[in-house]
Each structure stands twice: as C-alpha cells, then as structure tokens.
Design a protein around this ligand. Structure first.
Ligand code: NAP
Length: 354
C-alpha cells in the first residue's frame, strides 16, 4: 500500500518508550536510518533492546541526547531527517504536580520538537503520537457526542489539571501541534490517536502505564473484581503499523483514531482466563460502582470520586473507520494482544504469585 523511503533518515523522539520500540523496529527492518532521541544516552540499558534489533536488521540506529524541555535540544537529532515521529510524552497517572510532570513536557515538548521541524528544511511530515485522551475526557462524554461514538471530530473538553490531568496534557499538546502546523507550509502534520495500548513491549523495563494495567490483572490487585469501565484497546504492534502508514502513505493528513476494540476491563481480563485462570487471580467480576466510589480515593491514588462517577458503568465507543480506510489498518484479535502481553509478564517473572 506504500513504500518506505530509505533514502533519508527519520527521527523518533522518546525512542526508549513502549510505543516507540515497535515503531523503531519496523523502521529498522524496512532499512531506514533511525535517529533515536533519548533523554540519557549513558543509560544504555534503556535502549539495549533497540541495539539488538538493529544488529540483525538492514537499517541503522544512531542515538542523540534530547530532553523535551531543553529548547533546541532536537536540532542535531533532526538534521537531514524527512520525517519526525514525536512519541515522547510522559504516560503516568499518579502525579504530584500535574503541570510540571505532565503538561509541561507534553505541551512545551511538542512546541520544542515542532519548532525544530520548522528550522529543519528537510522535514516534510511530522507524525505526533497523540491519544484518544485528546478526543474524550470521561466515558460520560459519549452521551453528548454526535452519533454516540467518538470520532476524529471530537475534542476532550472535560479534562483539566485537577481532573484527568494526563488526558489534559495530551489535549493541550495536540492542540499546540495543530496550532504550529497550521501556521506554516513546510511540513504536514498527521496525528495518531491511540486508545489504551496493550501487547508485549520490546523494552521489558518501559515505564508506560500500560504495564501497570496488565500487571493489575494478574498480581491480585483485582482479585475482588475489575473496575467496570468501558475502554478502547489497540495492540502496540498494530499501532506501529499505523505510525508507518501515517509517515509514508502519500497525502495522509489530520487525526486518526487507532483502536482495535471497544471493550471493558472485565472483558479484557476474560480473554486471559482459559490459559491463566487457574494459576493467577484474574478478575472474574466487575466491582460495583458504589464500592469503587466509596474506596477509590483511599485505595487508588489518581482515581477520584469524580472519575468513578463519570466513567464507571459507562461503555466506550470509538470510530476506527478512518484508520481502516486511510491507513489500511488491520486490527488483531483482543485475545492475542492480551495473552501475548500477559505471557511476557509471566516469562519475565513479574508476578510473584505465579
Ligand atoms: P513510555 O514507555 O513511558 O514512553 C514515554 C517516552 O517519553 C519515554 O521514551 C520517555 O523517556 C519519554 N519522555 C518522557 N519525558 C521526557 C522528557 N522530559 N524528555 C524526553 N523524553 C521524555 O510510554 P508509552 O506508552 O510508550 O507512550 C508513548 C506515547 O504514546 C506518549 O505520547 C503517550 O501519551 C502515547 N499514548 C500511549 C498510550 C498507552 O496506552 N500506552 C495510549 C495513547 C497514547 P525516558 O525513557 O527517558 O523516560
């Protein structure tokens, strides 16, 4: 459906991350020279997995030191690149200072990277890893959405520094990206808006919140039940394909919801029962909303009563038709994603009770 251009290097920001790992792998396998921007190149353990992939792939990887908050930090990494994949952004739910820990790196980081694109004439396309978190804030928002399904026309209007600050950081960052993109004509912006990403990571030590989600399904934290929350899920390997398509398919522009399944936490856990149900405390029922409302602030930092009220007991629906039509997305079955991810935790000895 498209040809990967191997004649010019590309930049991947946040190359040590969970999502970035599979993008870098796909690029290296296609023969691309990847400029990998990392915060701390002296911490080789964080990107050893990428070196191992590069060793047997036709592409080449080169590392560059860059922090999102250091103005001009991406100049050397971006020099000569035709495409920028901007994935770097903190994905954490429990924070003390949401402005400093989430919004600043997300928004100012996007400004920093995209300003550098403007100062780097070789850049023709920028692919920003945004999120469905920039499309909606709470599941309750679905009720006021045209057609009862979230689409690329929707924007998150209900998150703030005090309510779902991660979602707020992604919304502010994507808005900033479109503002900068619309003020120039040198490069095109494509945003990728994934729902919750699941599936095995190439970097077993990645800090992404996705790892906490799968861990909680097997470490006993949900043995009394799973939170009754509707959610969209996409496989991390499918998400890498979406990024490649966004970079190389001619004429692609705009936002793209990348989500394989409209599901919920209990349904996700149920896919694990046939293989792991006897050996691990996989949740088998949904926790009552009233109970969550009562205990959430004590037992789940980051989950306020307002979050419980506006999300628990509500379904989630996302329209992935543009991704299928424009990017040619094919989404793998949810059970494959969940079982491959869980097995990785088992293989890496992440569960003490297994
Ligand atoms: P991750 O594994 O934690 O990756 C985040 C990356 O951002 C890491 O490489 C991290 O570098 C880098 N980073 C954070 N702060 C930085 C800073 N100040 N300067 C430079 N780099 C910084 O999380 P992920 O799940 O792969 O997330 C990647 C992207 O996907 C994010 O934009 C996230 O919002 C988006 N996304 C993720 C999901 C999901 O479910 N996982 C869903 C939708 C969207 P270090 O290794 O140095 O910390």
């Amino acid at each position: 459906m498209y040809e990967v251009d191997t004649s010019t290097p590309v930049l991947v920001t946040g190359a040590t991350g969970y999502v970035a790992g599979w993008i870098v792998k796909r690029l290296l396998e296609a023969g691309v020279t990847v400029h990998a921007a990392v915060r701390d190149p002296s911490n080789t353990k964080k990107y050893q997995h990428l070196d191992e992939i590069a060793a047997s792939a036709p592409g080449t990887i080169k590392y560059f030191k860059a922090d999102l908050l250091d103005e001009g930090a991406y100049a050397a990494a971006m020099a000569g690149c035709s495409i920028v994949f901007h994935t770097a952004s903190p994905f954490v739910i429990e924070v003390k200072d949401p402005q400093r820990e989430l919004v600043d790196p997300a928004k100012l980081g996007t400004r920093n990277v995209l300003a550098q694109a403007g100062g780097t004439p070789s850049v023709k396309r920028v692919v920003v890893t945004s999120s469905c978190a920039a499309v909606y804030g709470d599941n309750a928002d679905l009720a006021t959405t045209a057609g009862g399904v979230f689409t690329e026309d929707d924007w998150n209007t209900t998150s703030s520094l005090t309510h779902n600050p991660y979602s707020y950081s992604k919304t502010e960052a994507e808005k900033e990206a479109w503002k900068i993109a619309d003020s120039q004509r040198q490069w095109e912006l494509v945003t990728i808006n994934p729902s919750l990403v699941m599936g095995p990571g190439l970097n077993p030590d990645a800090t992404s919140e996705s790892f906490n989600m799968i861990m909680q399904m097997g470490d006993g934290s949900q043995k009394r039940g799973a939170p009754d929350v509707g959610i969209g899920v996409v496989d991390v390997r499918d998400l890498a394909e979406a990024h490649l398509g966004a970079a190389y398919i001619p004429g692609v522009t705009g936002r793209h919801i990348i989500s394989g399944h409209d599901t919920n936490l209990l349904e996700m856990a149920a896919t694990l029962l046939p293989k792991y149900g006897n050996d691990y405390p996989i949740p088998r029922r949904a926790l009552p909303k009233w109970l969550m409302w009562l205990v959430a602030p004590m037992v789940a930092p980051g989950i306020s009563r307002r979050i419980v009220s506006r999300n628990f007991g509500y379904p989630w629906k996302g329209d992935n038709s543009k991704s299928i039509r424009v990017l040619g997305m094919k989404y793998r079955p949810l059970a494959d994603t969940m079982n491959d991810f869980f097995q990785q935790m088992v293989d890496n000895g992440r569960f003490s009770n297994g």
